[in-house]
Design a binder for this molecule. Structure first.
Ligand code: ZN
Length: 536
């Protein structure tokens, strides 16, 4: 627990000196661009974990080839301009790397360029940063998403609204099928509710009061009829519980749904699939008695662990998200309920010997959470799985059950997301695997490449049909391109295996194939290769 804090603090210090150095570099470069007449106006600039970028107007586009020369000229400016650094006066920029230049899309006729790069104070930091940045870029899910042709975002359709392509839908479906198997094993029953809810539903639940800034504006459609595009499905599930009397014997009742939901995020904070405005998740709500709580938490948490293990997800740490007693506006105001629910989660984590970090002010407005935290390629901390205990919504919606003495007792509610939203989870999967997904998740498992169309296409078609019939996700490249070009092309799209068919394969009725990123070629019968696709 302590260790994680120390790690975090060190990271912050490192980021500070990094951003300070790059801020200085940015100032010097901006001045130089104007002074040397390369630009007549700076549009925008910023510092991030990859260094700096700067957008400026140009008379003529700057070419990639001219960057080393430019870099050399700017370096000279650094030695003249050491004093510019006010905050870290001892810092002298030793190394500068201009990593690239790109064109900007501007509304009027002017031409704009972006230059990006980074600066460091010594050689050792320079080498390690360069490696780190290249590694991060390779892992960036937005880049991998393009390579694998999974999704894209079209501003005409709307910012923060990913459009899923064929490969993306296949990947999503593979994950979803597994999640539903887990939900069924757990005893969840599947329900479906609408993406719109009446405003009164969200006024009753408290979302209207406490979650408003994450919601899209309301839609008035008729007199006295106003709708909300739902930010979450909990209130709908509560209604299903409430629609008939429940006995103590019926509990726990577990609902799960493939929820599509919408949250308002500022356009500036949107990031690929990591931060979006439209999302999908398999969301579960469990209605139960107090004596069932610990057992259900345990089952839920075990299920989360089992699920993340199946996907080989690397967990950064477990967070216990608590309310903030000094900022009660953000939360429901019943402190007695907060203390009770938080105590339950703490006890549970301690009993199970689960290491965790407590974070005040991170709870949902209705209750505390156990969040599974992951670190993204861009260095952001994000939550994937979550399990939350809620005494509030049952209070607001008057949820109850009849106990053995025929008395009405208040029901308790758990919210649980096994992997969070599919958008976020896929971004994590892509980053952690660098797009080299395991066979069972790979959108395309095989590409068949005949060595020579004239001689081998018929055999290739036959192999294709057999694989296809067995449910292998396979494509056939019958284009007239050279074999070496085809191999290179499909290497870039990270298709899991390349099957190459020539004279020997045709004669022996075999296939030769190799895995993405590997040099070794294996030869097998068609039957045996199908086994690989089915079991790996
Ligand atoms: Zn919920």
């Amino acid at each position: 627990m302590e260790k994680i804090y120390i790690k975090k603090i060190n990271k912050e210090i490192e980021i500070d000196s990094w951003s300070e150095t790059n801020k200085v570099a940015l100032e010097v470069i901006s001045k130089f661009l104007i002074k040397s007449n390369l630009s007549y106006s700076i549009i925008n600039s910023n510092i991030d974990e990859n260094g700096f970028w700067i957008d400026f107007l140009v008379k003529k586009n700057i070419s990639e080839n001219s960057l080393p020369l430019l870099e050399g000229k700017i370096k000279k400016e650094f030695s003249k301009d050491i004093k510019v650094n006010s905050k870290l006066p001892t810092t002298i920029i030793k190394k500068l790397k201009l990593r690239g230049v790109s064109g900007l899309t501007l509304k009027n006729d002017s031409i704009g360029n972006r230059i990006f790069g980074f600066a460091t104070i010594d050689e050792i930091q320079f080498k390690s940063k360069l490696l780190e940045i290249e590694e991060r870029e390779q892992r960036d899910h937005r880049k991998i998403g393009k390579e694998l042709d999974l999704f894209y975002i079209d501003e005409l359709s709307g910012k923060g609204l990913p459009i899923w392509l064929e490969n993306g839908v296949i990947l999503k479906k593979q994950i979803k099928d597994y999640i539903w198997k887990q939900e069924e094993k757990y005893g969840s029953s599947q329900i479906e509710t609408p993406v719109l809810g009446s405003i009164d539903l969200y006024k009753t639940s408290g979302h209207y009061e406490h979650y408003n800034e994450n919601m899209f504006p309301e839609m008035k459609i008729e007199k006295n009829e106003t709708f909300i595009l739902r930010p979450m499905a909990c209130p709908h599930h509560v209604l299903i519980y409430r629609r008939k009397p429940r006995s103590f014997r019926d509990l726990p009742i577990r609902f799960a749904e493939n929820v599509k939901q919408y949250r308002y995020e500022h356009s500036g904070s949107l990031i690929g699939l990591e931060r979006v405005r439209a999302m999908e998740l398999t969301d579960s709500h469990i209605f139960l008695r107090e004596d069932q709580l610990k057992n259900e938490l345990k089952k839920g948490f075990n299920l989360i662990q089992e699920t993340l293990t199946k996907f080989n997800i690397e967990i950064d740490y477990i967070e216990l998200a608590l309310y903030d007693p000094n900022n009660l506006d953000k939360y429901h105001g019943d402190e007695k309920l907060w203390k009770k629910s938080q105590k339950i989660l703490k006890e549970f984590l301690n009993e199970q010997k689960i290491k965790y970090v407590s974070m005040e002010g991170e709870a949902a407005f209705y209750g505390p959470k156990i969040d599974v935290q992951i670190k993204t390629a861009l260095g952001h901390q994000i939550t994937v799985s979550t399990i939350q205990v809620d005494f509030l919504l049952p209070e607001k919606f008057n949820l109850e059950y009849i106990d053995s003495n025929k008395e009405k007792i208040r029901t308790i509610m758990l919210h649980r997301g096994l992997i969070g939203t599919y958008e976020r989870f896929i971004s994590v999967l892509l980053e952690q695997t660098k797009g080299d997904l395991p066979m069972w998740l790979a959108p395309q498992q095989a590409i068949i490449l005949p060595v020579n169309n004239k001689a081998h296409l018929n055999y290739a078609k036959k192999v294709f049909e057999e694989l296809k019939k067995s449910g292998v996700r396979v494509k056939l490249d019958d284009s007239d391109e050279r074999l070496s070009n085809k191999i290179r092309k499909h290497q870039q799209t990270k298709i899991k295996t390349q099957i190459i068919l020539g004279d020997n394969e045709m004669k022996n009725k075999t296939v030769s194939f190799r895995y993405y990123g590997q040099e070794e070629t294996k030869t097998l019968s068609i039957k045996d290769i199908i086994k690989i696709y089915k079991t790996e």
